[in-house]
Design a binder for this molecule. Structure first.
Ligand code: PEP
Length: 252
C-alpha cells in the first residue's frame, strides 16, 4: 500500500504564500517523483488557487473540515460537495484542534465522515489522546473509544480504500515533542487491532493509519519505517517546501 503524506496548512496562507508553496511542491515533485500519495490541505480560502496550480500534477488536495449537510443555512460552513467542486479528493475530520476549538465530539465527526464519504471525499479521521490521558495510561482506551465513536459502519469500504485514520497524540501536535518510535509502534498496532475488531478483517487491514505530531525532515524516515505506519499527517513542516519534500522523499 502506498504511504500517504498529508500536509495540513491549518490557518496559514494568504494567496501569495499559497501560490509560492504550491508551486514549490509541484516543481519539487517533478524533479524527484515519489511513489507516495501526496495531499495538501490549505485553508478553505486557498483551495481553488492550490487546485489550479496542482491540476494534472499528481498531487491531491483537500479541505481541513466539512459540514454534515449538503447545503443550507449554516453560516460560515463548507459542504463536502463544495470541496469536490474544487477538485478536492480528501478531507481532514475530527482534528484535535477542531475538537478543542469547536467542541466537536466523536458523534459529529462520525456524521461528517458519513457526509464526506457520500460526497466522494476520502476522510482522514483524526484520533489521539491528550497529555493527561497519556499520563494516566489511558491512551488505548481513549483512542479505542474515539475509533468506535468517530468511524461509521462501512468506513474503509470493502478494501480499506474508503477512509484513512490519523493517530495524532495531542501532546505531540505543534509542540516539537514527537512520540518515540516504540510508542508509535505500540499505538499503531493497537489502532490496527481495533480497526480489525470493529470493521472486520478485510476493511480493518486495508485502512491506512497515518502518524501525526511534530513530524519533520529529520525524524520522518524513522517514523515512516515503523510497522503499521502508512504515512504521516504533517502540520508545521508542511509549510516549508524543502522540509515537506524531504518527508515525501522518505515515504514509500
Ligand atoms: C497536525 O496539524 O495534524 C500536526 C500533526 O501538526 P504538527 O506536525 O505541527 O505537529
Amino acid at each position: 500500500m502506498r504511504q500517504v503524506i498529508a500536509g495540513n496548512w491549518k490557518m496559514n496562507g494568504l494567496t501569495a504564500d499559497a501560490e509560492a508553496l504550491t508551486q514549490a511542491l509541484r516543481d519539487g515533485l517533478v524533479k524527484a517523483p515519489t511513489g507516495a500519495v501526496v495531499v495538501v490541505f490549505p485553508p478553505f480560502t486557498q483551495v481553488a488557487t492550490v487546485g489550479r496550480i496542482l491540476a494534472g500534477s499528481g498531487i491531491a488536495w483537500g479541505g481541513q473540515d466539512c459540514h454534515i449537510a449538503e447545503r443550507g443555512a449554516h453560516t460560515g460552513d463548507i459542504a463536502p460537495e463544495m470541496l469536490r467542486d474544487l477538485g478536492a479528493t480528501h478531507v481532514i475530520l475530527g482534528h484535535s484542534e477542531r475538537r478543542r476549538d469547536h467542541g466537536e465530539l466523536d458523534e459529529t465527526v462520525r456524521e461528517k465522515t458519513v457526509a464526506a464519504l457520500k460526497a466522494g471525499l476520502i476522510p482522514i479521521v483524526c484520533v489521539g489522546e491528550s497529555e493527561d490521558q497519556r499520563a494516566g495510561g489511558q491512551q488505548q482506551d481513549t483512542v479505542g473509544w474515539q475509533i468506535k465513536g468517530s468511524l461509521p459502519d462501512g468506513f474503509g469500504g470493502a478494501d480499506g480504500s474508503g477512509g484513512i485514520v490519523a493517530y495524532e497524540p495531542v501532546w505531540a501536535i505543534g509542540t516539537g515533542r514527537t512520540a518515540t518510535v516504540e510508542d508509535i509502534a505500540a499505538m499503531h498496532g493497537f489502532v490496527r487491532a481495533e480497526l480489525v475488531r470493529q470493521m472486520g478483517e478485510t476493511a480493518g487491514r486495508g485502512i491506512r493509519i497515518l502518524y501525526g505530531g511534530s513530524v519533520n525532515a529529520g525524524n520522518a524516515a524513522s517514523i515512516l519505517a515503523v510497522p503499521e505506519v502508512s504515512g504521516a499527517l504533517v502540520g508545521g513542516a508542511s509549510l516549508k517546501p524543502a522540509d515537506f519534500l524531504t518527508i515525501v522523499s522518505a515515504a514509500t
